[in-house]
Structure formats: structure tokens, C-alpha cells
Design a protein around this ligand. Structure first.
Ligand SMILES: Cc1cc2nc3c(=O)[nH]c(=O)nc-3n(C[C@H](O)[C@H](O)[C@H](O)COP(=O)(O)OP(=O)(O)OC[C@H]3O[C@@H](n4cnc5c(N)ncnc54)[C@H](O)[C@@H]3O)c2cc1C
Length: 402
């Protein structure tokens, strides 16, 4: 017996963030009945606060290489179906002005609110029923195995198709929870444990660069085989800034992070131009003063502190090896991440091995679709997570509409 097609049945989408709203609009446009449920009175809060309120909505240079997860290539079909060009057209058609910033990032010129308003309006106009301020208590397969039943604090909802678009537990202040993973798990899906990502890293109390809070500079940051060249910021407890947030996506407890504080040149090259300077003066010319002094005091590199007053032209090859290590390969093992409270995303989620990348439908539970950050797909910093929410929502919405 063939199963109910989406055109005949009711679709219930849990979560009205960008992925759920995109799926709702695409599906509802085909005339199918769509219910969109969210516990928030004003859903989509993460989109609203994204990019400091301007939402870094996409990136002109996007590929599966910008994503982490057990199988980052899972995103390939969705990125082809909904590319940065599709995103830019979508924004233009809605008169939402954008601007390009460094690293090919596209931000809203006015406000992220423009995007959320457009998504909500379109879902409504397409005929989706928005059921907000609803607590979701559970979701299960109906006994006949043909549909689903959603329990909420305002009664049960029966549907033929269920879309989980409930995001990850990162940044709970925005109404984020792990409900999506719990529901998917109960329906038979494997969950890769969530971990905070795109978050500051906390350094050990006694680390060599303690006390530099407020200093920001361009650095090369390497972690787990991934290298980023972006600004980093020293904080009271450790380090933040785009370079460190990127590294946090790949960091696991016990893993060292290596930093190059002068990625645009080599300290030896600078020394050749300024041979008469003392080493400390050379470092202060090329790096923020306080950082230069701290690097020279690094207790993990023997005798470095004694070299500061020496003329750079007089230093030996061995000395330069130590200086090079201190500046271009400073290594520290962070103590922890900043936690979910200040994570812009979470790694982990529903294992993509059991999801079709062409439709976002479960391979285990026919009629169940899973999209957005709830899946084990996490983008680098730079607009990749919002793009993924839109793209995966579009793919599921198209599949449900056909
Ligand atoms: C501070 C911050 C800044 C960010 N900046 C950027 C950026 O500039 N660019 C970028 O690409 N990404 C950014 N992100 C990440 C991006 O916002 C998310 O990846 C994206 O919103 C995920 O979309 P989603 O639809 O999968 O989930 P979400 O946007 O998280 O939507 C999930 C929806 O489910 C609802 N929900 C959750 N739990 C429950 C529950 N128990 N019951 C009922 N409803 C529930 C929520 O209310 C929400 O409306 C940022 C994130 C944060 C926190």
C-alpha cells in the first residue's frame, strides 16, 4: 500500500526558527495543510540576535568544507538546491538590503528582524497555521504506524508528516532546548552528543598569557588539524574572537591549540630589517606591547626572558628557534569551553547517516523529516549556519510539497 502523499496529509512542523519557517512556506504553498508549533511567543529568537542583530545570513564562498559533523558532505545536495545566489535572490525579492563584509560574509544592512518578519509573513501568506506559545510534551508514531501524534499543553495534534526543526541547545537564553534530539531519539534515531561550539575557550588559571584581557590581534589558530587566520581576543578567563570561536568547533577536552601571533610575516624576517634593535623593542614594534612582554616571559620556553635586552643581530640560531616557537607556535591546552550559555551553535545532533540528504526524510521512520541545526551538521563562523537552516528547510519543504 502506498503511503499518504504530502499533498493529502497534514504536516506538523515543530520549531519556528529559519529552518522550520522555510520548510513551512515551501510545503504550504502547494496547498497542503501545515501546522507550525513553537513554545516561544515570538519564535526565531536566534535568527533575531544573529550576527549582533544584523544576521550574517550567508557566505559567497560556501561548500561542504565549511561544515563539521560525522559526514559534512551531507550538505552537498542542499547547498546546490539552495545556494548563496538563491539566498541573495530571496533577500532581494523581499527588499532586504545586505552588505558584503570580509571573508565573503553577507550581512543584513538594517536588521536580522527583516529576515524573520519576511519568513513569518510568508509562512502565514502560504496558509501555514502558526501555533505559538505551545509547550510540546511529546511526539510519537500512531499505533497504526501511518502518522504521528504530538502532545502539547493545549491538546494533541494528529499529523501524517512530522518535521523536527527544533535546533540545538546552544544559547538557551534564546529559548533553545534539546527537545528535538530527545524526540528524534525516542523515534529511533541515533544522537551524536551535543557539545558547545563557536564559543570562547577558557584557559588554565596559570597559563603564560594570563592578564592580557582586552588585547585583540590577527592570529593563526590551529586546532585538530584545522587552521584559521582571523582576529582573536584575550578575555578575563581565556580567549575569544572569530579565530578562537572557529577553533572551538573542533576542540575536544585535552586537545592543544597552537597560535601564530604574527601570521602575516616571520619574526626572523622583521629582525633582518631591524638588526640594531633589542629583541624586546623588535617584539613591541610587531605585536601589542603587553603581549610582547608576556611572550618573552613564557616559562615554558627556557631562557627566553634573558634574551629581551640582547640586540637581535647578536642572537644565535638556537635563540631564534625559541623566539620562533614563542611567537609563531604558542601552544596551550584550554581548560574548557565557555559552555552552551555562550555557544553560537552546538556540534552533534541527529546522525545524518539515517537521513536522506535529498529530502531530509528519515530512512528509519517514513514521514519524519529532520532539518537545521538539530542535525549533526555545524557550520564554521561566517554565515554557514543560517545558510544551512534555510537550505535544509527548503529541501524538506520541496519534498513535502511534491
Ligand atoms: C548569539 C548567536 C549569534 C549567531 N549568529 C549567527 C550568524 O550571524 N550567522 C549564522 O549563520 N548563524 C548564526 N548563529 C546560529 C544560527 O542562529 C542557528 O544556527 C540557526 O538559527 C539555526 O536555525 P534552526 O531553524 O535550525 O533552529 P533555531 O533557530 O534554533 O530555531 C528553533 C526553534 O525551535 C523552538 N524550540 C526550541 N525548543 C523548543 C521546545 N522545547 N518546544 C517548542 N519549541 C522549541 C525555538 O523557540 C526556535 O524558534 C548564531 C547563534 C547565536 C546563538
Amino acid at each position: 500500500m502506498s503511503r499518504t502523499t504530502a499533498r493529502q496529509g497534514t504536516i506538523c512542523i515543530l520549531g519556528a526558527g529559519p529552518s522550520g519557517l522555510m520548510a513551512a512556506t515551501r510545503a504550504a504553498r502547494s496547498g497542503v495543510r501545515v501546522l507550525l508549533v513553537d513554545h516561544a511567543r515570538y519564535p526565531g529568537k536566534k535568527l533575531r540576535i544573529s550576527g549582533g542583530g544584523k544576521a550574517n545570513i550567508t557566505n559567497l564562498d560556501i561548500s561542504w568544507k565549511n561544515y563539521a559533523g560525522a559526514n559534512p558532505k551531507f550538505v552537498h545536495h542542499a547547498l546546490k538546491t539552495f545556494s548563496p545566489k538563491h539566498m541573495l535572490d530571496w533577500l532581494e525579492r523581499r527588499n532586504i538590503p545586505v552588505e558584503q563584509r570580509e571573508y565573503n560574509q553577507i550581512f543584513c544592512k538594517r536588521s536580522a528582524e527583516d529576515v524573520l518578519t519576511a519568513l513569518l509573513q510568508e509562512a502565514r501568506n502560504a496558509g501555514a497555521q502558526l501555533l505559538f506559545s505551545r509547550r510540546i510534551e511529546g511526539a510519537s508514531r500512531t499505533p497504526d504506524g501511518k502518522g504521528f501524534e504530538i502532545q502539547t499543553d493545549a491538546g494533541s495534534i494528529a499529523c501524517d508528516f512530522l518535521v523536527l526543526a527544533l535546533g540545538s541547545p546552544a544559547w538557551p537564553k534564546a529559548g533553545a532546548t534539546d527537545l528535538g534530539a530527545r524526540l528524534a531519539c525516542r523515534l529511533g534515531h541515533k544522537i551524536i552528543p551535543f557539545a558547545p561550539a563557536l564559543t570562547p575557550l577558557i584557559m588554565p588559571d596559570d597559563w603564560a598569557l594570563n592578564g592580557l584581557s582586552g588585547i585583540s590581534l590577527l592570529a593563526g589558530v590551529s586546532c585538530g588539524g584545522h587552521v584559521f587566520r582571523q582576529p582573536v581576543l584575550f578575555t578575563h578567563k581565556g580567549m575569544s574572537g572569530p579565530g578562537m570561536l572557529q577553533a572551538s568547533l573542533y576542540w575536544k577536552p585535552g586537545m592543544p591549540i597552537t597560535m601564530d601571533f604574527l601570521p602575516q610575516t616571520k619574526i626572523k624576517t622583521e629582525a633582518e630589517k631591524w638588526g640594531k634593535l633589542r629583541l624586546v623593542s623588535l617584539l613591541c614594534r610587531t605585536l601589542p606591547d603587553r603581549l610582547a612582554h608576556k611572550l618573552l616571559e613564557n616559562p615554558t620556553i627556557p631562557n627566553l626572558s634573558q634574551l629581551g635586552e640582547r640586540k637581535v643581530a647578536e642572537l644565535s640560531r638556537e635563540h631564534w628557534e625559541s623566539i620562533h616557537a614563542a611567537i609563531h607556535a604558542f601552544t596551550v591546552t584550554p581548560r574548557a569551553t565557555g559552555g552552551m550559555a555562550c555557544a553560537e551553535a552546538a556540534s552533534g545532533g541527529v546522525d545524518t547517516a539515517d537521513i536522506s540528504p535529498r529530502t531530509m526524510e528519515s530512512r528509519l521512520v517514513p514521514g519524519l523529516f529532520i532539518i537545521g541545526e538539530l542535525l549533526d551538521i555545524t557550520g564554521n563562523l561566517g554565515g554557514f549556519n543560517l545558510h544551512w537552516a534555510f537550505a535544509s528547510g527548503a529541501v524538506a519543504g520541496n519534498a513535502l510539497a511534491s
